[in-house]
Write a protein that binds this ligand. Structure first.
Ligand code: FUB
Length: 470
């Protein structure tokens, strides 16, 4: 048997094993992303009584936009970590008279019956981002500016190159700490008991190896943990435009820290931002991806998955579960795939096995490619009985060699006697590193076809094609 066949056989075994792990784990969190009515990002978790709250950012960027559009923060809640309610926008840029834009990643810390919400915002002053603090009397607010100006800004001595992403942690002795920072610049300080002033100078904590942004601090069994986004290519990500979650431990809240490894591989969005929390005796990681319908790097969605500790206190890598991200039932999983051409060393079966690629260059899994064919090609799904569909989602493969993103694509369905364009179709996207969703008026059919035309001089490849019921 050739090495390629062995690799393929091993990856099928790995896929079956991964499926079994998900089934054995109960599959209760296959509904990621947890909310798809709006785009949510940068989650921070807080447990109060029998409820888990997620304080999330709110992505409002238009499709295809190349920057964040974030103006308010929402509070999501659940009593079982499975069914989630969006309680609406509970804090907004407009609540900070001195701020103007960029409602980025915040976190809420309770103290003395009040809830302090630390948020990075564009403070309209010198520099770019500042950290403000709002306060409310309940986890759902109402919240108002607690200070009337920034808690941390570029004029704070030894502040971060980018003052974003605060995480606040209160130790058993009542001392609260704030960590924050982006552009590889992590900083820490004590907070006064009023929670709205720094207590002493800002320090640069040591040992948070490869720190990029998005710290999250907690304590378990007397050990301090810091989870943070890194973007090194030394075991973290395949391209430094993406991020993974590393974690570190310490025996002192201000460090020094010892980096312990990656606990969340890169996600489908370029940014990665996580929180870790215990709820009803189970630990969870809350993070964001680009997996919602129409999602992307600036249209992210919060996901929740179980997190497990080993007996020695180290953390196992989180398995990213997916399912709700398609916003419907993926009929591709039960279809028979066919194509105009597949290279003998690639796999047509790769396109409908339910995989969510980490990026368009993701070769960790089998791929479909049609090298050396060029021009018009297609892949098709057939079902023994008619299915009703209203979306097709294509994740294009690009190996930076003979396979590139296509020049164009379209979706057709079988009327029973002929191929016809799906009615009322949205544009067929050819963007890299994301699912490109074509929406259309529902059709009931036994066949659907994704047509594509290669870029001149290249062949085309696909990592996954979903066909979704309404
Ligand atoms: O959402 C804006 C920024 O992207 C956050 O502050 C970072 O953590 C990253 O997720």
């Amino acid at each position: 048997m050739s090495r390629r066949s062995w690799r393929r056989r091993l990856s099928s075994v790995a896929a079956i094993a991964a499926t079994l792990v998900l089934v054995l784990a109960g599959g209760a969190y296959a509904a990621n992303p947890i909310i798809t009515s709006i785009y949510t990002a940068d989650p921070a978790a807080l447990v109060v009584g029998n409820t888990m709250y997620i304080y999330s950012g709110h992505d409002e960027a238009a499709p295809g936009a190349t920057n964040f559009s974030m103006r308010d923060w929402h509070v999501l809640s659940s009593t079982d970590a499975n069914t989630w309610t969006d309680n609406g926008a509970k804090l907004s840029i407009a609540d900070f008279s001195w701020a103007g834009a960029d409602a980025w990643a915040g976190e809420v810390e309770p103290r003395n019956g009040k809830y302090y919400w630390y948020v990075p915002v564009n403070g309209n002053g010198p520099g770019w981002m500042d950290i403000g603090v709002a306060v409310g009397d309940s986890p759902l607010g109402p919240f108002h500016d607690a200070k009337g100006g920034p808690l941390i800004s570029d004029s704070t001595p030894n502040s971060s190159p980018l003052n974003i992403d605060p995480t606040v942690f209160t130790d058993d002795d009542g001392q609260a700490y704030i960590y924050w920072g982006g552009y590889w610049g992590v900083r820490a300080a004590k907070l006064k008991s009023n929670m709205i002033e720094l207590d002493g100078s800002v320090v640069t904590p040591q040992g948070l190896t490869n720190y990029w942004e998005a710290p999250w601090m907690f304590k378990r069994n007397g050990v301090y943990y810091m989870v943070y986004a890194a973007n090194d290519t030394n075991g973290c990500v395949t391209s430094s435009s993406y991020a993974c979650q590393r974690y570190a431990t310490a025996s002192n809240p201000l460090g020094p820290w010892t980096q312990r490894g990656v606990i969340l591989d890169q996600v489908s969005s370029t940014t990665s931002h996580a929180a870790v929390v215990e709820f009803n005796g189970q630990w969870y990681m809350v993070y964001h991806t680009a997996d919602a319908p129409g999602g992307g790097n600036f249209r992210r969605s919060v996901a929740v998955d179980k997190l497990y500790f080993n007996a020695d206190g180290t953390i196992q890598k989180v398995i990213q579960t997916r399912g709700g991200g398609t916003g419907g039932d993926n009929k591709a999983l039960t279809a028979t795939a066919s194509t105009s051409y597949v290279s003998s060393w690639e796999s047509l079966a790769a396109i409908n096995d339910g995989y969510t690629p980490a990026g368009s260059a993701d070769r960790a899994h089998a791929v479909y490619g049609n090298w050396p064919q060029q021009g018009a090609q297609w892949v098709q799904y057939d079902w023994p009985a008619a299915v009703t569909l209203n979306r097709v989602r294509a994740y294009w493969f690009d190996d930076d060699q003979g396979i590139d993103l296509p020049a164009s694509c379209s979706v057709q369905y079988w009327t029973g006697s002929a191929w016809q364009n799906v009615p009322g179709a949205s544009a067929c996207g050819v963007a890299p590193n994301t699912f490109n969703t074509v929406t259309f008026s529902p059709v009931t059919t036994t066949r659907i076809r994704l047509n594509f035309t290669s870029r001149s001089g290249y062949s085309t490849g696909l990592l996954e094609v979903q066909a979704l019921a309404p």
